[in-house]
Design a protein around this ligand. Sequence first.
Ligand code: AMP
Ligand code: MN
Ligand code: MN
Ligand code: MN
Length: 294
Amino acid sequence: MSKAAQINWSDPHLINADLHCHSTTSDGTLTPEELAERAAANGVQVWSLTDHDEVGGLARASKAAAEHGMIFIPGVEISVTWSAVTLHIVGLNVDYVNSPLENGLVSVRNGRTERAMEMSRQLEKVGIDGVYEGALKFVGNPNLISRTHFARCLVERGVCKDIREVFERFLTPGKPGYVPHEWASLKQAVQWILDSNGQAVIAHPGRYDLNPMQMDELVTQFVKLGGEGIEVVTGSHTTDQYATYARKSVRSGLKASRGSDFHGPTESRVNLGELPRLPDGCVPIWDNWGKLFS
Ligand code: AMP
Ligand code: MN
Ligand code: MN
Ligand code: MN
């Protein structure tokens, strides 16, 4: 019997699900195959790859997951502009071949190259030249250049000691190298996911610069649009935030998700699959997935 077939779905809280990470198809440093191997070695049973604005790594990830006996959930992390703030919406269980999602993402990716060139021009003004070309050396997918690739370039050049410092000094609002960008709308992102038979999840809510009223408004709008989940246990949250967003999940009726947001062995605080369980009282987003796989 395969490991996937041995999963006991009767107590979903005990299942090791990691539903958020990145490969070289976006801004991760491991290939889909390397991620699958690492996830399996760390005991992940239900695994999703959620590259930024891109589904190009999912077929490879799916094949590799099957070889390791893991259940694979095709995923994506869509960049969204809402109320002048950048948000990330994760799609899980999405159809990704010739789907409304795949088509919608083309427009989200298209702006990235232009934005990257402008970021490079801004950095030139503060005396740092040729960062666009430098960042391209770190890019695994030419359609998907991100701030992370710029950060890796500036660390390699010795401008900053690590990626965190790059984001603190550059690349964030108000700092040189930050270029505002209009991503998908919340409505578009949720609709692409729903039209592709997936489930929409608010990624790492604790990271957004929103006051409590704005956060409530986001959750209300998201629920109205058909959103289904919210990340509670993520590599981007503190332990206190696990509790905060567990309460928000229960109160809003959004199911809880769990994912490391792993980007690479040397860059991520939390390893694939090595997260605490969801707090009691939350309904895991994978609660009723057993019937999909039995
Ligand atoms: P982009 O989609 O090009 O705007 O890049 C966003 C990515 O940058 C995120 O998914 C993270 O991987 C990375 N990032 C954003 N803020 C930080 C930060 N403060 N420290 C490290 N990485 C960050
Ligand atoms: Mn990222
Ligand atoms: Mn994110
Ligand atoms: Mn992410």
